[in-house]
Ligand binder design. Structure first.
Ligand SMILES: [Zn+2]
Length: 359
């Protein structure tokens, strides 16, 4: 598929290769000064240096030579303000599974709070609670951490083992499931392509998907894109045979309503991440754009918000708290480097990908 061909030249199989490829690519496109911003082999270069934008960076740029590795270039990384607010990590009741996802959801909601407030209400009562909370937080009467804790308390009441308090780690998949898992946007049928028999339709199109590590690759070992995986997921061999003719039945999933969000939880960061997706709903394509990635590594989740215009903002509830750090403007080719959290000095890979309805 074209996705595979586009990325064939540069996509590495591990973080180091990806970063090396990114550096080479940036030098080719933007020159050495930009590539120098990205951590390559020095484990000491990470979020701390990346925060040097604005006046600090100017001062340092004046003092240091252009070849210094840890000084962001003013040319490519103009100081940006107005980044999406993040949530401060709770060191008493570990909260990063919530913080990372909510930072992305808050940014989506903020694009058009009236429209997204309505949409969030259609996803689940918990996502509706988030929209109401984001509104209160914008008015300044609550904090985003209060909003998080309200939803978190509801989850804890539902299942205190899956959604623990204290110094315990919460599964991103479980939080995603509690937020998005109940909504149904379409039907699920089995069809025999030989005799044309279709069984009765049952509700079965969820906007939350789990991509298992072995499902992200072809039998030949090359990676699928999210879009390819999704299409295959929605039309696959069911494992059952037709009661009429014995032929293998296909399982078909079709959306009949437009889900506002599509969320993919990954068991491995190795999948080709599309910047856009589309879902056919009653023969009309609903368009989605990549709006955030949650990264996982060293038992902590961080997030990257991607605006519709390509602006990328990094947030870590521990390191950056309520602030987000501007990472750059994503060019179409940069999608290849989104599988790993390059801002972070540790290895963090994509653990969940959030797409938002584009219109
Ligand atoms: Zn049949």
């Amino acid at each position: 598929m074209y996705d595979g061909e586009l990325v064939g030249e540069l996509r590495g199989v591990n973080r180091r290769e990806v970063i090396a490829a990114y550096r080479a690519y940036q030098i080719k496109v933007h020159g050495e000064s930009v590539a120098a911003n990205w951590p390559v082999n020095d484990p000491g270069i990470g979020i701390g240096s990346w925060k040097l934008v604005g006046e600090d960076a100017k001062r340092l740029n004046n003092k240091r030579k252009a070849s210094d590795d840890d000084v962001p270039s003013q040319k490519s990384n103009k100081p940006r303000t107005g980044g999406p607010p993040g949530l401060r990590w709770d060191p008493t009741d570990y909260s990063c599974a919530y913080d990372s996802l909510l930072t992305i959801l808050r940014a989506i909601w903020r694009v058009d709070s009236a429209k997204w407030g309505h949409r969030f209400g259609s996803v689940s009562r918990h996502v509706k609670t988030l929209a109401n909370g984001f509104e209160r937080a914008l008015e300044g009467v609550r904090s985003l951490e209060d909003v998080r804790d309200e939803v978190r308390r509801a989850f804890w009441i539902l299942d205190s083992v899956k959604f623990p308090k204290g110094h315990a780690y919460t599964s991103l998949g479980d939080v995603s499931d509690a937020l998005f898992g109940d909504a149904n946007w379409g039907v699920h049928v089995h069809k025999c392509f030989r005799c044309g028999i279709v069984d009765h339709e049952i509700a079965g199109f969820r906007a939350l998907k789990y991509i298992a590590v072995d499902e992200a690759r072809t039998t030949a070992g090359s990676l699928f894109s999210i879009s390819e995986w999704f299409n295959r997921y929605n039309l696959r061999v069911s494992g059952n045979n037709c009661a009429n003719c014995g032929h293998a039945l296909m399982r078909i999933k079709k959306a009949t309503k437009v889900p506002p969000l599509l969320v993919f939880v990954l068991s491995s960061p190795e999948v080709i991440i599309n910047r856009e997706l589309s879902v056919l709903v009653e023969d009309v394509a609903a368009k989605y754009y990549l709006s955030g990635v949650v990264y996982s590594g060293k038992k902590h989740f961080t997030s990257r918000v991607i605006k519709r215009n390509g602006d990328m903002w990094y947030n870590d509830g521990i390191e950056t708290g309520r602030e987000s750090v501007f990472e750059g403007v994503m060019q179409s080719e940069d999608i290849q480097f989104i599988n790993y959290c390059l801002t972070d000095e540790t290895t963090r890979g994509a653990a969940a990908i959030v797409y938002a309805l584009a219109e």
